[in-house]
Design a protein around this ligand. Structure first.
Ligand SMILES: N[C@@H](CCC(=O)N[C@@H](CS)C(=O)NCC(=O)O)C(=O)O
Length: 279
């Protein structure tokens, strides 16, 4: 059976609205992974920007069930969602979106999102996470899926360096902050600000974690990606987090982190710029 190499109708991609100008403030990690994957595949799509408090409604209206739960078992409605009108498909998880794009459009854009490779990066997920990460069932692209989980855990454990500066959309900023305050069980938004010695400690741990992750990128030094010159979805997973860092870390800390470990992550971020257009 012939597989289409490129979709003919534009797809619709749902991401979280942030403060204008959106192209320089959008920073939701999982939507970023999908944007990078869509652009990698050279797919034509338009973005629908959803204010954070409206995600549950939009997701329900589309008939896409939640893929995450809060710690108490209630549904956690998230983005991204991708609607592909070419195949009448709706997908509500970034990893599933990448797998779908690869399966449905194998020859499109820059090629294979999932070239075989060993992705041996392990992060011990402690119970400090506010909201449990998604769990994947099934073993398709297992190595990448495990890597995604470990990378998400590793960065999420350091999210306190970034959360305070989230550039919320002005119209819904108060409601969005209130929701984060409720989830964290804190009293005010100021409780999210991490300063002084506590911040330095977390930065140190972040630096160490990134040092561990950087080893993967040192196996092949011919390029900025894990496989050298060939980008894969593993690079896009890390790239999604680098976008979040760029927007939400204080500028001097982002510059500092770009330079850590021989500048590996600064180089990776910049090399993924060709897939980072916000459409
Ligand atoms: N497993 C899902 C997780 C998606 C997810 O956690 N999305 C976050 C943004 S990165 C979200 O929509 N958060 C909404 C909220 O915090 O209310 C995926 O990979 O797509």
């Amino acid at each position: 059976m012939a597989t289409p190499s490129k979709p003919s109708e534009d797809m619709v991609f749902y991401d979280i609205a942030m403060r204008p100008p959106i192209a320089s403030t959008c920073c939701a990690v999982n939507p970023w992974k999908s944007r990078l994957a869509l652009n990698f595949k050279n797919i034509a799509y338009s973005t629908t920007w959803v204010p954070l408090p409206d995600i549950a409604q939009v997701r329900s209206d589309l008939g896409v069930d939640a893929c995450r739960n809060f710690g108490d078992g209630t549904k956690f409605y998230t983005l991204p969602i991708l609607v592909d009108r070419n195949t009448n498909t709706k997908i509500g998880d970034s990893f599933d979106i990448a797998v779908y794009l690869q399966t449905e459009y194998p020859n499109s854009g820059s090629g294979n999102l999932f070239p075989p490779q060993k992705l041996d990066f392990v992060y011990n997920l402690d119970d400090a996470l506010l909201v449990p990460l998604s769990e994947r069932k099934g073993d398709e692209h297992d190595e990448y899926s495990r890597f995604n989980t470990n990378v998400d855990a590793a960065f999420t454990a350091h999210l306190s360096l970034m959360a305070y500066n989230l550039p919320f959309e002005p119209a819904t900023a108060e409601a969005s902050r209130a929701e984060f305050i409720r989830r964290a069980g804190v009293k005010s938004w100021d409780d999210f600000e991490v300063k002084g010695e506590k911040r330095e400690k977390i930065k140190e741990s972040f630096h160490l974690m990134l040092g561990d992750l950087s080893k993967l990128f040192l196996k092949d030094t011919t390029g900025p990606f894990i496989l050298g010159e060939q980008a894969s979805y593993a690079d896009l997973i890390v790239g999604g987090w680098l976008r979040m860092m760029r927007v939400t870390l204080p500028e001097d800390e982002w510059e500092e982190a770009r330079g850590w470990h021989g500048g590996i992550f600064g180089r990776l971020h910049d090399s993924l710029e060709k897939y980072a257009e916000v459409k």
